[in-house]
Design a protein around this ligand. Structure first.
Ligand SMILES: [Zn+2]
Length: 113
């Protein structure tokens, strides 16, 4: 019992320490990137409008809008994980757009923020 408590305290000290936070940040970034890459791969790795295919700047777009609202409701890691799961289950809610086509779509549909 006492051991368990000591362990808990040590864990807490670690995760709130500079090193622990740093490790967690790196882990989150890496995992987020993996989810993002998987999503982009599943969606065809190119902009559906113009065919642009530089994976570094391609964006995942909600076909029917309201992505910003949904995205702000959770961490970006959870957000990408959710999208990946939805796509794996056959969701057709998402598409890949390059930043140019994404902006054009926003302007045309008045989806500013
Ligand atoms: Zn495009």
């Amino acid at each position: 019992m006492r051991n368990k408590e000591l362990h808990r305290q040590a864990m807490h000290r670690y995760i709130t320490s500079e090193k622990g936070r740093h490790t967690r940040r790196i882990y989150c970034r890496k995992t987020r990137q993996e989810y993002r890459n998987k999503v982009i791969k599943l969606l065809g790795e190119r902009c559906v409008k113009c065919g642009f295919n530089d994976i570094r700047i391609l964006q995942i777009d909600h076909i029917n809008g309201c992505g910003t609202k949904e995205r702000k409701a959770m961490s970006s890691l959870t957000y990408y994980k959710k999208i990946l799961e939805e796509i794996q289950q056959g969701s057709k809610k998402y598409q890949i757009l390059c930043p140019n086509c994404n902006w054009l779509k926003r302007i045309e549909k008045m989806e500013y923020f």
